[in-house]
Ligand binder design. Structure first.
Ligand code: NIG
Ligand code: FE
Length: 390
């Protein structure tokens, strides 16, 4: 079954074979065959298909690739947010509040909560999602968090090393994370992550935990330099991790290490919005040759947004990224941060994840912040979100 999507006023392909960072095609069409893209080009040259959909001159972009989220949790911390907005600092210790609520929830409650958040993301154009554990912090609760996440995505990340739970010492907990917890988690996970930060895990502990994950077939990624300067980013670069996330406090040496290693800096501007930490100077990173991705970090503590469009708007307004760089960072670079080449790009053979905007150009994503511009979403060739295409 093939579908011709025609009348696309502006198509963002991210195809490196085409001109410019976004590989824009004007007056474009896309043919979707099953779950993949079968043809991309000027509408006037489009081949016939079984059915046709007219985009009416509106823009189409690749679905967002959100490479960093923590969706498996119960409860919320709205009061903590309110306190921060009136002067309280963000504290990593707040994670323990969500751990208590998550442990008390049933599997069904956790699953339906994740389903609701995934639907919320999809309706806003997110078609690939990474989901971490990290609010269980026991063998049972980490394994079940990942089993819940696996129902929604293959990009699951074991984050048992999120914070040391109240009833144990750091040494005992690292033993648990690298032993029985990892064994129980590994079958449900593709990645392993550590919150490398003052008040969470130090560089040596992160190194040990990532090595254990690698020995068990998982690939490493890291939360680093979110709240303070430290060695986490340099560890990620040294280990050649595909991505290191947050990168809020960076020295020039950290920036050089990222540029030299090719490790992607995944920036999470919703966190800075929601914790009042300074926005990252993405321009400094890009100008130094660092590869930059944007993701939501959707979680109940440091940032409870599921909107990549919001993150793009912040990156453009406050982080020195051009609209094109920001959109690219939340699509093609998000895919790169998950080591995926089948999503984030609209070219022949790629997954047909397309977002129809109720706007003539991708520029409106940052130009019209907070406005729901998603008119329709195709995921793997299927219309999945409300709007004229669903
Ligand atoms: O990515 N930094 C560590 N973990 C999450 C926040 C977790 C929380 O506050 O509940 C983050 O910001
Ligand atoms: Fe995070």
């Amino acid at each position: 079954m093939s579908v011709l999507i025609t009348g696309i006023g502006e198509l963002v392909t991210n195809d490196p074979e085409r001109e410019g960072l976004l590989g824009l095609v004007e007056d474009a069409a896309v043919v979707v065959e099953g779950s993949t893209v079968a043809w991309v080009g000027p509408a006037a040259e489009a081949p016939a298909a079984d059915t046709a959909y007219d985009a009416g001159g509106r823009a189409v972009v690749p679905g967002w690739v959100d490479s960093h989220s923590h969706l498996v949790f119960a409860g919320d911390r709205a009061q903590e947010f309110a306190a921060r907005m009136t002067g309280e600092p963000y504290s990593a210790g707040g994670i323990r509040t969500t751990v208590a609520a998550t442990r008390a929830a049933t599997d069904e409650q956790l699953t339906s909560h994740v389903a609701r958040l995934v639907a919320e993301m999809r309706a806003q154009g997110t078609t690939t999602i990474e989901i971490k554990s990290g609010y269980g912090l026991s063998v049972h609760d980490e394994a079940r968090s990942l089993a819940v996440a696996r129902q929604f995505t293959d990009e699951t990340t074991f984050l048992g090393a999120h914070v040391v739970p109240a009833d144990t010492t750091p040494e005992e907990y690292v033993e648990l994370v690298t032993g029985p917890m990892l064994e129980a988690a590994a079958p449900h996970a593709r990645w392993i992550d550590v919150f490398c930060e003052d008040g969470a895990f130090d560089v040596d502990q992160a190194r040990t935990i990532l090595a254990a994950g690698t020995d068990n077939g998982l690939r490493g990624r890291l939360h680093a330099n979110q709240l303070t300067y430290g060695g986490g980013v340099r560890l990620a670069a040294e280990l050649g991790l595909v991505a290191v996330d947050h990168c809020t406090y960076l020295t020039d040496d950290d920036v050089s290490a990222l540029a030299d290693s090719g490790t992607i800096a995944t920036l999470l501007p919703g966190v800075e919005f929601s914790t009042r930490h300074p926005y990252v100077d993405a321009r400094r990173l890009l100008d130094a040759g660092v590869r930059v991705a944007l993701a939501s970090d959707c979680n109940p503590g440091s940032c409870f947004t599921s909107s990549l469009a919001f993150c793009v708007a912040l990156a453009v307004r406050d982080m020195g990224m051009s609209p094109a760089e920001a959109v690219h960072a939340a699509t093609a670079m998000g895919a790169a941060a998950l080591d995926r080449d089948d999503v984030g790009v609209l070219a022949v053979g790629k997954r047909a994840d397309l977002v129809l905007l109720d706007a003539p150009s991708y520029l409106h994503l940052a130009y019209r912040p907070g406005v729901p511009l998603v008119a329709g979403v195709w995921q793997g060739g299927r219309p999945v979100a409300p709007g004229p295409v669903a």
